[in-house]
Design a protein around this ligand. Sequence first.
Ligand SMILES: [Zn+2]
Length: 82
Amino acid sequence: MKKRKDKKIKEKTKKGEKMIVPIRCFSCGKVIAGVHQEFTERINKGENAGKVLDELKIKKYCCRKTLLTSVDMIEEVVKYTK
Ligand SMILES: [Zn+2]
């Protein structure tokens, strides 16, 4: 049962369905979850991160750093679930 659940989460992670997304900027509280998916997709296509952030109208440097530095750790965390 446990292994099956882990496998499911891993499959979803690979598809990009299950991912821990920063909902708000940790510093100012601006909601940034709405632009996270587009940002990630465009970065994966190889676009310039600064340009993408400008176009998504993320201007404050606190919000920019939150998007730029978020790392998906779900696969690491899954190892330690009961
Ligand atoms: Zn901010």
